[in-house]
Design a protein around this ligand. Structure first.
Ligand code: AMP
Length: 311
């Protein structure tokens, strides 16, 4: 891999989750879209995080991110504030989940201010957060080479106009299949992706949970499978880890060719697959390049086939 050493900025939620799965539960589980994203992206190059927490946010988590090389200068800690909290319960299939509770807390008054050094970041990822805040971040950066965006059903439903404004200014949208349908009111994903491309993003990644992810770029479709895993512990953060692997890799190679976008899809899938094998970021904090390479190869083997001749 050639190294471009691009700077990658992420803005998103930093959270304390309460995760309930059919077999286990973790209260006070460190989460947040920016948290998972930066952990995953940290294996590819330098990452800068902008977010907000209260004094209840575990100091150990800040240390864990710092020790992975994540620049935490953009994390605002509100004295006496409470961190954003999310509570969710997974269905038996570990793919679907219900949000039981969302407490915005410090996010209610968050006004993201980028440290000066962050304004010239080469890549920007607007992780899942209110579209209004995503716009305020876009207004503060100079000219990133690549802007990625994630969003969710909540914002598609409650902040559609702002979200459409954001979409005009991004290069890659990463979105769940149900959210793609909700955004476009089109059940067919191929048509939905084409409609999204009309709204701004040149490339659209549709995440399909345990069924993998699809990339729509330049009139072509690339499908990455999800690795069939026997032990899924906690799917929380899979989408953000995918985005971290995807953007991290693109920052590392410094080019956005079709070929690199395909590799980015697999690196994203690798990080997501490791994420779900543990609670919180437990598993993705303990990776190394050998483990990442080994799983990349496993993806390659999973999808390799020759055309059989019929005689
Ligand atoms: P994922 O599983 O990749 O979709 O991301 C899960 C993370 O998103 C959890 O750690 C939550 O804290 C975070 N999250 C849930 N709801 C929201 C929201 N409304 N805004 C920002 N982040 C959220």
């Amino acid at each position: 891999m050639t190294q471009a050493n691009s700077s990658l900025l992420v803005v998103g939620s930093v959270a304390v989750d309460w995760v309930i799965t059919p077999t286990a539960e973790r209260k006070e589980s460190v989460g947040g879209s920016a948290t998972f994203f930066s952990m995953a992206a940290s294996y590819f190059g330098s990452v800068r995080l902008v977010g907000i927490v209260g004094t209840d946010f575990p100091k150990q988590a800040v240390e864990d991110l710092r020790s992975r090389g994540v620049d935490m200068a953009g994390l605002e800690v509100v004295p006496d504030g409470l961190t954003f909290r999310w509570k969710g319960r997974y269905h038996a299939n570990m793919n679907d989940r219900d949000t039981l509770e969302t407490q915005l807390n410090v996010f209610e008054t968050f006004d993201p201010k980028l440290p000066d050094a962050y304004r010239s970041s080469d890549l920007l990822f607007l992780a899942n957060i209110q579209p209004d805040l995503q716009l305020r971040v876009l207004d503060q950066v100079e000219r990133p080479r690549l802007v990625g965006l994630d969003t969710m059903n909540l914002w598609i439903g409650t902040a559609r106009a702002k979200l459409l404004e954001v979409l005009k200014r991004v290069d890659v949208l990463m979105i769940n299949e149900e959210e793609a349908r909700q955004l476009t009111e089109e059940p067919n994903l191929v048509k939905a992706a084409a409609m999204i491309a009309e709204l701004g993003p040149k490339s659209v990644v549709i995440k399909r949970g345990e069924y993998g992810a699809m990339l729509f770029h330049d009139g072509q479709i690339f499908a990455a499978p999800a690795l069939p895993l026997a032990n899924v512990i906690d799917p929380t953060g899979a989408g953000d880890s995918f985005a971290g692997g995807f953007m991290g890799y693109l920052g590392r190679v410094g080019e956005m060719t079709g070929e690199h976008l395909r590799s980015a899809m697999i690196y994203g899938s690798v990080l997501a697959s490791y994420c779900v094998e543990g609670f919180s970021y437990d598993n993705i904090a303990a990776l190394d390049h050998a483990k990442i390479d080994a799983r990349y190869d496993a993806f390659s083997r999973l999808t390799q086939f020759e055309r059989a001749t019929l005689g």
